[in-house]
Write a protein that binds this ligand. Structure first.
Ligand code: LRH
Length: 474
């Protein structure tokens, strides 16, 4: 077996990137050929993704990928979950909504009037998140749902534009709330019960399956040879990230830490217990039929949105590494630990003001300086991470002896150390680019560049991307 290259398009909530992955039995290297901002836009009826500009930037990036490496064997696309575009006769019917748009509250009411969360959990295995796709669809105008002929999750939409094939990749489809958790097929009864049109949901495919080959005009635009396949990966970014966690699933928890902190364990069987329901854990679909038993913690969003707020209101740029250095100087005992998972922190806006309000309601003194706010956010995230990792182990029956932090959060040494301290467990930080690596690895396996189970893919990650270790301090 010799090595080769694949291209990964990884769309995150704040930026997107195109990466060329070079893979062989002892090789796993990535070269970033494009990085572009993802700037959501508030326009008229709410907060939207600028999906055409994202697609345009991905195409440019792929063109650069083929220029630098003409032998690319396959393309794979992943992004954040739950959001979708609707089409009729191939035409996009408006810009996809952003999951942080507040319209979802209407959908939650409409769905729960027909079926309470506990009953939904039995069917779809998901934690309650107000933006799960089923709530978003339930908030759409009836006429639009009738007019559309297809709804595609974001990576599936990109795959459709690249290949002309409309498919729903399983790991991401599992975040819609419309898949039957036992069996993994579209839940026709639930879909009908919610008054949603079944016909807009495309056929499901699994990671490793081929979505299709590049359309001739797309291949020409990319400077790619004819016949290059788009391969389904764990198109839910978190599913791809979990592929590249160099862990032993029976002894570790993971935190995929970026905008969100997805904290969980990987298990072989669904966990639909009252305990999992009470703790609001989710059974998301993983690659190779694994279950991602996890909980969404608010993540670095709280910090980056606080920074954005200060930048907007004070009119100057704030350097995050400098802010984190000053946060490190603040005595942890002097800052409040607040509940980062409080729903008030979900929507864009005044994070410092919301932290003040939370503290006032809980009889705590609010932070006084920017450094103290940053420290308070880090301490609160670390506590929420530690709590969720412990819960994940307990609920999933995993003896958690280490916590892996992957994604951008692995760069935040203070957060990694404080998570170790608060959990009383070692934290293994990295790889930072886990999502892109997971995307690359699943394609590489489908293309025959590597073989084997998730364990052997993770072994390759561990051999090529050694994590940084943080021991817990008392
Ligand atoms: C992380 C993520 C997460 C979802 C959220 C919508 O990017 O995919 O797993 O819950 O975005």
């Amino acid at each position: 077996m010799t090595g080769g290259s694949v291209a990964a398009v990884d769309l995150g909530a704040t930026s997107g990137r195109v990466i060329v992955g070079h893979v062989g039995p002892d090789t796993l290297e990535t070269t970033q050929v494009a990085r572009f901002a993802n700037d959501p836009v508030t326009a008229g009826d709410g907060l939207h993704w600028d999906v055409l500009s994202l697609y345009g930037a991905a195409v440019k990036g792929l063109r650069e990928a083929f220029r630098s490496e003409p032998q690319i064997a396959s393309i794979g696309v992943d992004s954040w979950a739950v959001d979708y575009g609707m089409l009729r006769d191939g035409r996009l019917l408006g810009n996809p909504f952003h999951y942080r748009d507040e319209r979802t509250a209407r959908g939650v009411e409409a769905v729960h009037a027909r079926m309470p969360h506990a009953e939904l959990f039995e069917r779809n295995g998901l934690q309650f998140l107000p933006f799960n796709t089923l709530y978003q669809l339930a908030a759409e105008p009836h006429e639009l749902l009738q007019f559309a002929d297809t709804a595609l999750l974001i990576p599936d939409l990109v795959g459709y534009w690249l290949t002309g094939q409309a498919r729903a990749e399983q790991t991401n489809a599992s975040t819609t709330g419309l898949l039957r958790v036992l069996g993994g097929e579209w839940d026709d009864e639930l879909i009908a019960g919610l008054g949603l049109p079944r016909s807009i949901l495309p056929p499901l495919i699994a990671p490793g399956d081929t979505v299709g080959t590049l359309l001739p005009d797309v291949a020409a635009a990319l400077g790619a040879p004819a016949g290059v396949p788009v391969t389904a990966v764990g198109s839910h970014d978190t599913a791809s990230a979990v592929v590249a966690v160099p862990m032993q699933p029976d002894a570790a928890a993971y935190i995929s830490c970026g905008t969100w902190g997805l904290v969980g364990v990987e298990v072989e069987r669904l966990v639909l217990t009252p305990d999992a329901l009470r703790a609001n854990f989710t059974n998301e679909g993983g690659v190779d039929g694994r279950v991602r038993l996890l909980h969404n913690v608010m993540g670095l969003w709280v910090l980056s949105e606080a920074v954005r707020w200060w930048e907007r209101t004070e009119g100057h740029r704030i350097d995050l590494p400098t802010l984190l250095d000053s946060a490190e100087e603040v005595d942890a005992a002097t800052v409040p630990v607040f509940d980062v998972n409080d729903p008030r922190f979900l929507a864009p806006g005044d994070m410092p003001g919301r932290i003040d309000a939370w503290c006032a309601e809980h009889g705590l003194a609010a932070p006084r300086t920017r450094a103290a706010y940053a420290r308070s956010i880090v301490e609160s995230l670390a506590q929420a991470f530690a709590d969720a990792a412990r819960e994940a182990g307990r609920i999933g029956g995993v003896d958690v002896r280490a916590i892996h932090i992957v994604g951008g959060g692995a760069l935040n040494e203070l957060l990694c150390q404080r998570t170790a301290d608060r959990a009383g467990l070692p934290v293994l930080a990295g790889p930072v680019e886990a999502t892109a690596l997971g995307n690359v690895l699943v394609q590489a396996r489908a293309a025959g560049l590597v073989s084997g189970s998730l364990e052997s893919l993770r072994d390759l990650v561990a051999r090529t991307h050694r994590p940084r270790r943080h021991e817990p301090r008392s």
